[in-house]
Structures are given as structure tokens and as C-alpha cells.
Design a protein around this ligand. Sequence first.
Ligand SMILES: Cc1ncc(C[n+]2csc(CCOP(=O)(O)OP(=O)(O)O)c2C)c(N)n1
Ligand code: SF4
Length: 539
Amino acid sequence: MPTRLLLGNEALAQGALDAGLSAAYAYPGTPSTEITEYILRSHEVRRGDVVASWTANEKTALEAALGASYAGVRAMASMKHVGLNVAADPFVNSAIAGANGGLIIVVADDPSMHSSQNEQDSRFYLDLSLMPCIEPADQQEAYDAPAYAFELSERLRIPIMIRLTTRLSHSRGTITTGEARHQNPFSLPDDPRRYILLPLIARQSYARLVERQPDFIRESEASPFNQWIDGPDRSLGILATGIAAGYVLDVTDGACQHPILKIGQYPIPNTLLERLATSCDRILVVEEGFPYVESKLRGAPARTTPAIHGRLTGHLPRIGELTPQAVADALDLGSLPTPAASSTPAPRPPALCPGCPHADTCHALTEVLGARPEGGVVFSDIGCYTLGALPPYNAIDTCVEMGASITMAKGAAAAGLHPAIALIGDSTFTHSGMTGLIDCVNEEANVTIVIVDNLTIAMTGGQPSSAENRLATICAGLGVVRDHVRVIEPHPRNHEANVAVLREEIDYAGPSVIIAQRECIQTARRRARKTSVEGEESE
Ligand SMILES: Cc1ncc(C[n+]2csc(CCOP(=O)(O)OP(=O)(O)O)c2C)c(N)n1
Ligand code: SF4
């Protein structure tokens, strides 16, 4: 069988393509982005055999995948962990409506918040939705997971979540690929009324979902992703989930003296768990993310025999990503050999690129607000422009979650703040800012919204923005008075003119939008390189 060296994300994407994927939808977000990048570059997409696209947000991605599954084909939606908050409604409800073609929802968590505003653990959504989940331990399992999950999804008629975490998503490993499966033909569900979640139907479907939980647990008991690895020393049993199992095997050189229950499929396999609990004096729970399994095992009040140790008891750090040394410490293995010093340069604080258009918008904003005795607040959003929080700009005051800038500015304006400015990127605006703008229009909110339109999703690597060159039309269409939808070019040569536009719109007592449009320097460079390569090839 052929072998390949792939990132965890790429392994999963290849696994999905080989498993007969027909449709892949996603909104970018670290650490999940490479899954869809890989699929978009694939022969299958270029030949038109697989439909794949970036969507306006995670909710629309999941709903499109649900629609493809309704039509009988295998579909996948991918997102980062906070994206699942945005897609939570279709996520929970799709478990009740079910799947027709295999449906997988890939969620990549980011413990330690390498590129995120929180480190929430997506497995808690399993308790809300009662959906099964696969959590691969390594790149090979990331490759194997989609085929297994599609089969499970079609047999159990339910979507399956696949949970990844940063370290697996972004590290390479050798995988052995399997036989490619055929895609499903188009076929509508034979019981389509289950997709009508009127209370009458939803109540029955939900009751059936609850009744089927023991079946899902039986599936977990027999799953190849759950494994009992025996060891002679029963003073301790180790329960390790996903990539954390890899850490345990690594730090014990694959010869752990204690039994290990490796969990890679949920719901938790009760019989295997019982075997661990009844045969060992103490259990150490090693999991990447929150103490999800640990808190279930401890129960309330906390179970005392066998003693359960883990992140909640201080045997492992309560927060942040696991490290091999933290796992070695929890197993009393002492210090691991320190890797040879690498020549990697010391990390530098993030900063806007020289010449970035956002820098010019930040300069204009600080000049305008600095000159006003009452100051003002800039409610920002998430994107490259959030770096405007740092010196030398110090231009923004908040960044909570995607879309919050406009609605927070509106709420603060209604409470008496002036000027209330919202600063939002073009992609963030179409992701979840537009609905807030409708509220502003309806309430005639006295807010000034600056859409920093760099014509791309720069922060996640330059994916296409959803509404390129249509933002002014959209804002006017949503009800902003046409004269108060202004377009400026953020560039040092236009500084004075841009400051004047900002002043005028702040003085206007109603919702106004300023679109600060200039292409991201990095995207412009990549585009120029691509054009020159294409030009050379055609010569
Ligand atoms: C719910 C959610 N989805 C995805 C992300 C990852 N992410 C952060 S900002 C961003 C979009 C940035 O694009 P844009 O608003 O156009 O700003 P730019 O980076 O181009 O300046 C994305 C996808 C996130 N933080 N939260
Ligand atoms: S990638 Fe683009 S938008 Fe982001 S800081 Fe650099 S130039 Fe600015």
C-alpha cells in the first residue's frame, strides 16, 4: 500500500477523498484550515468530481453539508472549535434530524490558544447533541477516521463529529493509504419527514436518539479507535484520549507497565472503562483539552475508589496543551531528555506587515479620536486588524468574538457612548457582522462602522472573501443611507482625506459605514507571483 508524509489535517482530507467524499464545506480558522486547502487543491475537485468551497461562516458550511447528506452523498463540514459555537444550532439539530449520505463534522480544538480567543473543548457539544465522535490519536488514525465515520454515519443515520487538536492537525506523520471507495449516487431519504423538526416529529426523533445511546456505546466498545493495551502493574491504570494516548506511548517508549485504555471513539465505552476501574488501584486520565472524561469519571460527589487523577487534581496542568514532560511527570518518569537546541529564531510578537492597509486605517482612527475631548471607543473584531491593539497603534479597545464589534458598538451607543466605532474586516462582516448592521439600521443606532476591506481573509492565509467588491451594495441594501456608505483607500497619501471622512461620519447621527478598501500586501504579492508564473508558462 502507498505511504505518504502528511500533516494530520492533510491526512484527514486525503482520508475523506479516498472514502468517497462528494462535498466539503468550511469556513477557515486555525488549526482546521489545511483540511479544506488540501481538498481544494485535489484532482477530485479540479476534475469536478467533488464540490468544495469556503462558505460565509461555519453555520452555512454545516447546513450545506447537511443538505448534501440529505441528497444521499457523503459530505463534510470543517471548522475550528469556536466555529462550532457559530454552527451549534445545525450541529445539535442535525443529530435529531439525522444523516442520509454519510455526514462528518470535523472540529479542530486549539488548547493553549495558539491562534484563538479561548480553548474550549468541543467534546462538550457531544453531551448537548448526543452525537458519536471519533478522536484520532495520530496521522494514520486521522486518515482512517473519515471512512470509518462515513460508514458509521450511514449505518446509524446520524452525523459523526471528528475531533482534532492543534498538535495533531499541524504535525506530520507517515500514513498508509487504503483503497479508494466509490462516491454515493444521488438518493433522497426514504423517510424525509424526519427532517421536519416540528415539535411533534422532533419529540419522537429526540426520544429515539436517546433510546439509541446504548447502541452508540456498543459501537464504541467494538471500535478500532478504542483499545485496551495491557500492562502488568495494576497499581495504576491510564485512560488516554486521542493524541494524549500517543504522548503516553511516547514517554514510556511503547512499553508502559500499566494498562492503558486508549479512547478514540465516544460515547465512552463503558465496559472497557469498567474493566479499568475494577482492575486498577488508581486511574490517571490523560486528555488533550478540558478534563471532559475525567469529570464524568469522578462524578458528583467525587468517586473515591479507585482514585481518579488528572487535570482536576493537579496531576496534570488544569489548562493548556499537554506536553510529553507533563505526562512524564504525572507518571513519575522524571525529566525527559531535552531536545538539542534548535536554530529556530526566538519568537517575535505579532505585528502588522510593513505597508499593511490596516495600519493606515488605525492611524487615521487614532488621530480622529485623539483630537476629541470625549475620546471614543473602537469596538473591534477578529482579523489581522486586531493587531491594531498593539503599539504603536493602540487603536482598538475590544475584541471578543467574530461579529461582536458592530453589535457591541450599537449597545454602547444606546447606553450613551459617543463616538461608538466598530472596526471589522470584510470576511468577518459577511461571517456575522451583517445581521448586526440590520439591527443598527432598524434602531437608527448612532454608530460608525469601519469595514477594513483588504479583499481577502488575511489572518488565515488569504482565502477569498465572500462578498468581494459587493460590500457597498450590501450595506446600502441592508438599509444604510447611500450617502453614508463611504469608500476610502487607506494609504498614507490619502491620510488627510480619510481623517476628514471619519470625522464627517462620526458627526452624522445615525448608522454609517466607511469601507476602507486596499488589498492585503501579502495577497497582492502572491497574486503577482502567480500571474508572472502563469505568464511565463504561456510564453
Ligand atoms: C468563529 C470563528 N471562526 C473562525 C475564526 C478564525 N478567524 C479569525 S479572524 C478570521 C477572518 C479574518 O478575515 P477578515 O475579517 O477579512 O480580516 P483580515 O484578517 O483579512 O484582516 C477568521 C477566519 C475565528 N476566530 N472565529
Ligand atoms: S497579512 Fe495582509 S492584512 Fe495581514 S498584516 Fe499583513 S498586509 Fe496586513
